[in-house]
Every structure is written in C-alpha cells, then in structure tokens.
Design a protein around this ligand. Structure first.
Ligand SMILES: [Zn+2]
Length: 307
C-alpha cells in the first residue's frame, strides 16, 4: 500500500493491488467519502487503513464505481464499522443488490465472494455530487462492466477511472464473454475520457498517472487486438479469473480446484462460446501450466499455490 503525493488536497489514494481494487478517500473539513472498498478477504486491512486515514472521524459516504467483488467486497465491513455510512451504487445494480442476486451480481458465475451489503443512494450519470468540498461529476462508463460509472472533478481535472482505463489497458470486457457485444462500449468510454481531458487519472488498480494521451493510445491498441481476436480476449479472461482465485485462496488442493472450476459457470459459458472443441479440464490445465511457467503459480505436491 502506498499513498501518492501530487493529488488534490484531501484526496488520498490507498493503492492496493489486484485482489483488492484501490480505495480512494476524500477527506474534507465537513465530510468524508470513499470510493470502492476492496475484496472481502482484505476487509480487516481495509478497515485499518481507513481508520488510520480518518484519524477518529467517521466515514460518511461510500461510493462504488461498479459492483465487482474486488471493488465492493469491503462494503459490508465498512457499513458495520460506520453505522451512519451512506452507500451509493450505480443505478443499474440497484435491484440485484436489493434482492441480493449473486448470479446477476456476477459473484457466483465468477466463483468469487462478496458479503451482503445494502445501499442508500444511487450514482446517476449526469449528476454532480459534492464530496469533501469538491463537486464530482458522475459519468456512466460501460464496457468492462455495463453498469460502471467513473467520477470526474473538473477543477483539478482528476478522474477516478475504475477499470475503464488503467495506465496499461483496462479490465476484462466481461459482457463480451457472455455474448453481449461491448467492445464498442469500451471504445465509447475511452472517447468520453478523452473528451473529459483529465490531467490526473486514478485507476481502479495501479498507481495514479498523468500521461493520459499515452494511456488512451495503449488502451485503444489493446482494444483493437481484442476486437480482431475475441478468443484471445476470452482466454485472457479465464486466466484472470484463475489468477484472481489463487490470489484469494493462496493455496488450494487439486480436488477443491477442480470443484471450483466446475462450480464457476463463466468457465463453461466461455468454453462453449469460444473453445467448443476443447474440454474444460484441458483449458484450465493449459492456463494453469501457463501461470506456472510465468511463475505466477506453483505446484507443491497435491496443492496449487499462488506466487
Ligand atoms: Zn471490475
């Protein structure tokens, strides 16, 4: 975890990693807010970081850019710790959260976890929210996730880009994997970011960056590659899901691993759509072998371990 100097006063970036998305704290004289809450297994660390940063003050608002488990997995713990916390989510997810539909919320099909949380408000695109003394614009940013929003503060020209734009690329285009054409949404969201013309981008993962022109150029190049070869994107997505699981569990037996692969419906959905000539076991073994080769995983006896 590091904090980044050079950001607007009162804005604190808690750079987390890949299992937990970054947490962005907005600390003003009158109120405090946080954007995204990390993965659930990191919740104790998230609470400790937030409490240290707030120095005894309560957290007033929690905003989720989108509801992937690495962005909202700490919501429940924060809601418990701060009873007056007001949580806002993207409107497209409101019903799924209200009914806690783990299928629609992607937690079950991706084989990930997220403790149940509630919400008190929505993040409507086109509105402006006053947080810690600054006015933040809410923009819808579909592509990586159809309901994702990004937040832009026009005075300092700071963009919280979630997984719509990283310094090197963007998040897996999940809707594409289940047959919902979304590469065009990714392109439109990149165009939106270009029009906003931020001077600093704080992504959902990785450090903050200022060379937005280069980041957009890189992202568009990656997108062109994915559009040209969607099955490569699909394979990459499976690898990301596998690595995410390994980061979560750190160590898992072969038996539990096979069980997880079969319970995680995205694997079969993606196989059937993109690799129907291959067996699920074959694909998952291939990807695991690739991770071992790149030293991102290791086989230790009967167990698979994260590296
Ligand atoms: Zn995401």
């Amino acid at each position: 975890m590091t904090t980044t100097p050079g950001l607007p006063p009162g804005l604190l970036l808690l750079e987390r990693g890949w299992l937990s998305a970054n947490n962005i704290l907005l600390i003003g004289p009158d109120d405090t807010a946080m954007v995204d809450s990390g993965y659930c297994t990191h919740a104790p660390q998230t609470l400790a970081l937030v409490e240290a940063a707030l120095e005894g003050r309560p957290l007033d608002q929690l905003l989720n850019t989108h509801l992937h488990s690495d962005h909202c997995g700490g919501n429940a713990a924060l809601q418990q710790r701060f009873p007056n916390l007001r949580t806002r989510i993207p409107p497209g997810e409101a019903l799924s959260v209200a009914h806690w539909d783990e299928e629609a919320l992607s937690f079950r099909p991706t084989g990930q976890q997220c403790p149940r949380f509630n919400f008190q408000g929505l993040l409507e695109s086109g509105t402006t929210l006053r947080l810690a003394g600054r006015a933040w614009e809410v923009h819808s940013a579909p592509g990586h996730d159809p309901h994702s929003i990004i937040l832009f503060e026009p005075v300092s020209r700071t963009l919280l880009s979630a997984d719509a734009l990283w310094e090197k690329g963007f998040g897996v285009v999940f809707p594409e994997l289940i047959g919902e054409a979304s590469f065009e949404c990714v392109a439109a969201t990149l165009d939106l970011i270009e029009r906003l013309s931020p001077s600093t981008v704080i992504p959902g993962h990785g450090r903050a960056f200022t060379d937005v022109v280069e980041a957009l150029r890189f992202a568009r190049g990656r997108l062109a590659g994915q559009v040209a070869d969607p099955s490569r994107h699909a394979r990459h997505a499976l690898k990301v899901l596998i690595k995410f699981k390994l980061m979560e569990v750190q160590s898992i037996s072969r038996t539990e691993w096979t069980q997880w692969i079969h319970e995680t419906s995205y694997f079969e959905l993606i196989r059937a759509r993109f690799f129907d000539h291959e067996a699920l076991e074959e694909i998952s073994e291939d990807l695991l072998a690739a991770l071992v080769l790149s030293r991102a995983a290791a086989m230790v006896g009967d167990r698979i371990e994260n590296r």
